[in-house]
Design a protein around this ligand. Structure first.
Ligand code: HAM
Length: 536
């Protein structure tokens, strides 16, 4: 192999985690487990049960829930088509990129044959229901069939020198290309960017409206958004979330959900927790406020950055979210939603605040808190924590009455939140809550065949007693074994040689002070148990 080829091969072998994804390693994973265990415990005490939903769903589910104009749906989803028509898909690409030249009979007949092959297989896929019967697919089939049947006569016109035949032919090729691009061979799916939509889908699918209401569910797991990676922002990140679905929209529910997150953060001793709340109204009052905001924003459009200018059209509320320094003065003068809530929303918001106070939950009102997903109404909230830099939102949530209905279910109230677990862990680590590397309890230093058999038995018994044990797979000199035990941070070395085995007295060395003592097999376990009880 040449040097160049060898280097290339070497390069190819070095795989790395994809940008925005990462490996979580021990001992950090112990902290992840502790956080997740605490969530199971705390959420359980509030009567929530765990739900596990798939990692991918139809793109349409997210588009309809989160909203087409949101960043998440318009730019950040990992979307793919799921189908068994790989070869047909390749033929589609070939035809799409082919430029048949009507002056060249060979080029035209190749194009015609391929188009005919494609149309036949595509038509069969549709009639056997293996390819979805979407209006776009049916329209494409019809257009392509028609064109394929006409190619020969168009080509004949050209051989007669009719220039218009060339123009017509080229136009049809462009048209065919457009139709080919629009074809869908299978379902369009996306990796989930969040889980609220999936939980609502599951609520409808499993008829959970017939259970006692409200249904209280929580989840944890990876989510996927194609954002620009930075500290606290990843393309695969983890959320711990909860949703309350059905029943009433009593303000006490909003307050209890918030109380639950705060209790969870409190249990983890998260530092610098700040809860911001707001009400963004409902379908009665929000549209009027949005129009008022849009009108005010249009007056100052020239002073705004490009993103905000675009948002005046797509979603004026998001302008309030802007962190751009130059826009802060302008935003401060804009009308505030609290002054434009309808009677019902204002009463609800006041009651939520009162309920939070009854629970001793400290909050700050933030009229600029609008959230980036379309399904919210009334109560919205966000929680920040310390040590996270610009990506300091560790939890976001709010009320979304109507979302279940939007997805085809009955009218249903809903409220929930999701915690960014990566950020939560980062903040805990910044405040010194990272666990140390977990050392072994016992390293078994054995020598000789008989001692090996005893060592295997000892390891089994100690592990059964809940001790972590390192049993070297091959014989080592005692000196080397003790060095190894030290490196692994073992508390004890259990020394098993011929003498120990024949006497039935095992030597236990405490590595911190080098002291040694001999024990019979049952006494050893008892001694270790006592020591463990003393140190815990
Ligand atoms: P969200 O505000 O989009 O809300 O996300 C919730 C939290 O997930 C954020 O506050 C943040 O901590 C974390 N997060 C979001 N994107 C990333 C990322 N790229 N990298 C790391 N962490 C991230 C939702 O997802 C809603 N489903 C919450 C909800 C549930 N609302 C009602 N129910």
């Amino acid at each position: 192999m040449s040097e160049g080829a060898a280097k290339k091969e070497e390069k190819r072998r070095k795989f790395q985690a994809i940008r925005g994804t990462r490996d979580l390693l021990p001992p950090e994973t112990a902290l992840w487990n502790r956080v997740e265990q605490t969530a199971h415990e705390v959420f359980g005490t509030f009567g929530f049960g765990e739900i596990r939903v798939p990692i991918f769903e139809p793109t349409e589910l997210f588009a309809r829930s989160i909203g087409l104009d949101t960043d998440v749906v318009s730019k950040e989803m990992y979307t793919f088509e799921d189908h068994d028509f790989g070869e047909l898909d390749r033929l589609r690409s070939t035809i799409t990129y082919r430029n048949p030249d009507i002056e060249n009979p060979h080029s035209v007949s190749l194009y015609r044959d391929q188009l005919n092959d494609f149309v036949r297989a595509f038509g069969e896929g549709i009639s056997s229901n293996q390819i979805p019967r979407t209006p776009e697919n049916l329209r494409a089939l019809e257009t392509l069939q028609h064109f394929a049947g006409q190619i020969d006569s168009l080509a004949k016109d050209w051989t007669g020198g009719v220039l218009i035949a060339k123009v017509r032919f080229d136009g049809r090729v462009v048209d065919a290309r457009e139709n080919l691009r629009r074809i869908q061979f299978g379902d369009v799916l996306s990796l989930r960017p969040e889980a609220t939509a999936s939980v609502c889908r599951a609520y409808i699918e499993h008829g959970m409206q017939s259970l006692p209401q409200p249904v209280k569910l929580y989840y944890m797991g990876p989510m996927f958004r194609r954002e620009r990676p930075q500290k606290g922002r990843y393309r695969q990140f983890y959320q711990i979330g909860a949703e309350v679905l059905g029943g009433s929209d009593a303000p006490a529910i909003d307050a209890e959900v918030i109380e639950m997150v705060m209790t969870f953060f409190d249990r983890l001793e998260l530092h610098g927790v700040q809860l911001d709340i707001n009400s963004i109204g409902d379908r009665n009052c929000r549209p009027k406020y949005v129009e008022l905001l849009r009108a005010e924003l249009l007056k100052v459009k020239d002073k705004l950055g490009a993103d905000s200018q675009r948002r005046i059209e797509t979603n004026p509320l998001r302008v309030l979210d802007s962190k751009l320094e130059s826009e802060q003065g302008i935003i401060a003068t804009l009308p505030r939603i609290a002054d434009h809530l309808c009677e019902e929303c204002a009463v609800h918001y006041a009651a939520v605040k009162h309920q939070l106070e009854m629970r001793g939950v400290i909050y700050r009102e933030n009229w600029r808190l609008v959230r980036g997903l379309d399904y919210y109404m009334r109560t919205t909230f966000e929680i920040t924590a310390q040590g996270l830099g610009s990506q300091n939102a560790v939890c976001g949530g709010g009320r979304y009455d109507g979302l279940v209905e939007l997805l085809g279910g009955p009218p249903t109230k809903g409220i929930g939140f999701a915690i960014g677990e990566d950020r939560l862990i980062l903040s805990l680590q910044e405040s010194g809550k990272a666990p140390a590397q977990q050392g072994r309890d016992v390293y078994i230093a054995w020598m000789g065949e008989r001692a090996h058999a005893t060592a295997i038995r000892a390891a089994k018994d100690l592990r059964k007693g809940g001790f972590s044990v390192e049993l070297p797979p091959v014989e080592q000199k005692f000196g080397k074994a003790l060095g190894q035990a030290d490196k692994l941070g073992a508390k004890y070395a259990l020394i098993l040689g011929d003498n120990e085995v024949s006497e039935g007295l095992w030597t236990l060395k405490t590595l911190a002070d080098g002291s040694q003592a001999k024990f019979t097999e049952p006494d050893l376990l008892e001694h270790l148990r006592k020591q463990r009880a003393l140190s815990s």
